[in-house]
Ligand binder design. Structure first.
Ligand code: PMP
Length: 379
């Protein structure tokens, strides 16, 4: 049985062409990027190139790009490092949306335990943070506002530019987790007007365990991973050269708006919806604007764990909520924030398409979906 993978919001396969670009940095050019000798110089040259590429792709300066061990570290760092740097200025309030990734929610809880006042912004039924909700709670005490660019469970885009403007009017920093935005959307930090932005390589066909935190020059954040003086003294740890090379190459190849692939993903998503349209009681969670690759579906009367388990037995991988929370029996905090009851949230699955999916796969997956829902409803 051939596996059909429809969980690209959880992770994407490493592109073989990207792997080829990474390989020389494992066994041949394995030098430590901080060593002054020739092996180290080869490594640092590759890291510098990667930093230049990422900077160019997001409209930043190379000195504003920090490599991390992934989206989680970048999120933790932005929240905790950013929050602490602002606390010194008497700013002790952190505002974040209630639909953030657990990496951000965790950091907020930690900040709360350390004396910060945490305020969660609600979302409307369509899954979007309303700009007015920020206006109601922000003050001169606000250190940091954090709202993700694209939600990882629903694919709903958030009004980052407008929210960042409000944050800045009060002298607060604005951070956005853009981990789910690439490869679906172009990212330009200047257009968005953000102070910090996080990315994760494995969401755009790059290696796992590698990410980026953009920090606008002039913005002071405290270091989060201490040790050596890597990343201009702000993030200790020997640079993961192969992964950094892979991240930049994958970003360049799959930069947001990579139109042919994006168009294909949009077509596949529409095709799937068409094919399952005969099934009663299926609704899409989250309003437009959404990225094309993600469909969050509520299937009335069907438990999501049963549906995903049975589809998996037939070779189709789909998600119950987000991968990071799938070990939890708790209903999705994103869907309940959108107004779904806990029982309703447990009827929701996430199906996310990627550039390697084919029409044939999607037709087959839709057939499996229809048959499985029908069988579970009879049962
Ligand atoms: N933020 C979002 C929105 C995500 O979807 C993820 C990954 N599920 C992360 C952060 C964490 O990224 P990483 O897996 O690289 O730690």
């Amino acid at each position: 049985m051939k596996r059909i993978y429809l969980d690209h919001a959880a992770t994407t396969p490493l592109d073989k062409e990207i792997l080829e670009k990474m390989l020389p940095y494992f066994c041949e050019e394995f030098g430590n990027a901080d060593s002054p000798h020739s092996a180290g110089r080869k490594a640092v040259a590759a890291v510098d190139d990667a930093r230049d590429t990422v900077a160019q792709l997001i409209g930043a300066k190379p000195t504003e790009v920090y490599f991390t061990s992934g989206g989680t570290e970048a999120d933790n760092w932005a929240m905790i490092g950013g929050g602490y740097a602002q606390k010194g200025k008497g700013r002790t309030q952190i505002i974040l949306s209630s639909i953030e990734h657990h990496a951000v929610l965790y950091a907020a809880e930690r900040l709360q335990n350390e004396g910060f006042d945490i305020v969660y912004l609600p979302v409307n039924e369509g899954g979007m943070v309303e700009v007015n909700s920020l206006k109601k709670v922000i003050s001169e005490k606000t250190a940091l506002v954090c709202v993700m660019a694209v939600n990882n469970e629903t694919g709903v885009l958030q009004p980052i530019k407008e929210l960042a403007e409000i944050a800045h009017a009060y002298g607060a920093l604005f951070f956005t987790d853009a981990v789910q935005a690439v490869p679906h959307l172009p990212i330009n930090v200047k257009d968005l007007g953000v102070d910090m932005l996080s990315l994760s390589s494995h969401k755009f066909y790059g290696p796992k365990g590698c990410g980026v935190l953009y920090v606008r020059s002039g913005v002071k954040i405290e270091r989060f991973v201490g040790g050596g003086e890597q990343e201009r003294g702000l993030r200790g740890g020997t640079t993961n050269v192969p992964s950094v090379v892979g991240l930049a190459a994958a970003f360049l190849k799959n930069v947001g708006g990579m139109s042919a692939a994006n168009e294909k993903i949009a077509r596949l998503s529409t095709l799937f919806l068409q094919e399952i349209s005969g099934v009663d009681g299926v609704t899409v969670n989250g309003n437009e604007p959404r990225i094309d690759g993600v469909l969050n579906l509520r299937v009335k009367g069907v438990q999501n764990v049963d549906l995903s388990y049975r589809m998996d037995l037939k070779g189709v991988c789909i998600a119950v909520g987000s991968a990071c929370a799938s070990a939890s029996v708790k209903p999705s905090h994103v869907l309940t924030a959108m107004g779904l009851k806990e029982e309703e949230a447990k009827e929701c699955v996430r199906i996310s398409f990627g550039k390697e999916n084919t029409e044939e796969e999607v037709l087959l997956a839709a057939k499996v979906f229809v048959e499985t829902v029908s069988a579970l409803r009879k049962f």
